[in-house]
Design a protein. Structure first.
Lengths: 119, 108
C-alpha cells in the first residue's frame, strides 16, 4: 500500500537550518507530484510547497519562499525539504502528501515530523 | 489567494444525529473542493473530492454538496469514530492550495 514516511524533524534554534525527508513506497513515485503541508500546534493545515513528478515545476507558499527548498530524488523515492533561516513561526508538524493523478488534491499523507524552532 | 472559511468552528453533537458542516470560498472554485478528516494525533485523511465524490473507503454516511463558493459536508448519522476535525480545501486556483480553518465535531 501507499506509504509516506517523514523524518528529520527536531528542535532547532532560530536562524538555523534543517532538512526533512519523506520516503515513499507502494507506488510509482516518479509519476506523482508531491507536496509539503504543515500544521502548527493546535492549528489548521497550511500548504508549504509542491514539486512535480519530474521536478521541473516547483511552487512555494509566500511564508517560506526564499528560505525553503523542495527537491526530490526519483531514484531513491524520496522527497526533501531544506529549511533555512528558520523562525519560531515555522514550528509545526510537517507532512508530505501525494497529489492525485487526476487533480491537485491529496490522497495520501505521511504521519508527519515535528519541527520546533526555539532558542 | 482564495480564502476558505468554515463554520461553525466547533459543533457539539450526540451520536446518531445528522451533522452539517459549511465551507465558503472567497471566490468561485467551481467543484474543485476536497474534505479531509483528522482525528486527534492522526494524519489527515481524504474523505470527499470534486465536492461530492467519496474517496475510497469513505463511508456512505458522508456526503458532500455544493459548487462555486458554498459547500456542505453532511454526516447522516454520527458515529463515535466520526468525532474529529474536518477541513475543506480548494484546488481550483493555485498556488497556493488553501484550507479552511477546520470544524471540530465533538461529543455533546
Amino acid at each position: 500500500q501507499v506509504q509516506l514516511v517523514e523524518s528529520g524533524g527536531g528542535v532547532v534554534q532560530p536562524g538555523r537550518s534543517l532538512r526533512l525527508s519523506c520516503a515513499a513506497s507502494g507506488f510509482t513515485f516518479n509519476t506523482y507530484a508531491v507536496h509539503w503541508v504543515r500544521q502548527a500546534p493546535g492549528k489548521g493545515l497550511e500548504w508549504v510547497a509542491l514539486i512535480s513528478n519530474d521536478g521541473r515545476n516547483i511552487y512555494y507558499a509566500d511564508s517560506v519562499k526564499g528560505r525553503f527548498t523542495i527537491s526530490r530524488d526519483n531514484f531513491k523515492n524520496t522527497l526533501y525539504l531544506q529549511m533555512n533561516s528558520l523562525k519560531p513561526d515555522d514550528t509545526a508538524v510537517y507532512y508530505c502528501a501525494r497529489q492525485t493523478a487526476m487533480a491537485t488534491f491529496f490522497d495520501s499523507w505521511g504521519q508527519g515530523t515535528l519541527v520546533t524552532v526555539s532558542s | 489567494e482564495i480564502v476558505m472559511t468554515q463554520s461553525p468552528a466547533t459543533l457539539s453533537v450526540s451520536p446518531g444525529e445528522r451533522v452539517t458542516l459549511s465551507c465558503r470560498a472567497s471566490q468561485s472554485v467551481r467543484n474543485n473542493l476536497a474534505w479531509y478528516q483528522q482525528k486527534p494525533g492522526q494524519t489527515p485523511r481524504l474523505l470527499i473530492y470534486d465536492a461530492s465524490s467519496r474517496a475510497t473507503g469513505t463511508s456512505v454516511r458522508f456526503s458532500g454538496s455544493g459548487s462555486g463558493t458554498e459547500f456542505t459536508l453532511t454526516i447522516s448519522s454520527l458515529q463515535s469514530e466520526d468525532f474529529a476535525v474536518y477541513y475543506c480545501q480548494q484546488y481550483n486556483d493555485w498556488p497556493p492550495w488553501t484550507f479552511g480553518q477546520g470544524t471540530k465535531v465533538e461529543i455533546k
